[in-house]
Design a protein. Structure first.
Length: 121
């Protein structure tokens, strides 16, 4: 676990450390639906890391993607993209695994990797 200089836990660093493992899990998944869901989870971890680092003050409950777009305008297009996928992610989580092709899963893994790189820039 990472720590700040004053000995406190540094949540953003911990979340970003976990992104590489999440992306590796997505790459290693055998079934397209599993790869798709793992890539989306990796993107969620990237977003969580950005929010942990920037520590926005939230007044109401909103989607992580809406909050990310407001807090990190340079990542707004990524936030919109991943938000757009949410319904499909929920359908696949509910068992509609046939909705995801191999190409879609591979594309989402690459997109999650690109998003992680953009967030770390």
């Amino acid at each position: 676990m990472s720590a700040e200089s004053n000995g406190r836990w540094a949540p953003a660093e911990v979340v970003f450390d976990d992104v590489a493992a999440a992306l590796a899990s997505a790459e290693d998944a055998v079934h397209p639906a599993d790869r798709y869901l793992a890539a989306h989870r990796a993107a969620l971890r990237v977003a969580a890391g950005v929010l942990a680092r920037r520590r926005p003050r939230l007044r109401e409950r909103r989607s992580i993607w809406v909050v990310l777009a407001g807090v990190a305008p340079e990542l707004a297009e990524w936030a919109d993209y991943f938000a757009m996928l949410q319904l499909k992610v929920e359908a696949v989580q509910a068992g509609a695994v046939g909705l995801v092709t191999t190409r879609e899963a591979d594309d989402l893994v690459r997109d999650a990797q690109a998003f992680a790189a953009a967030a770390h820039a």
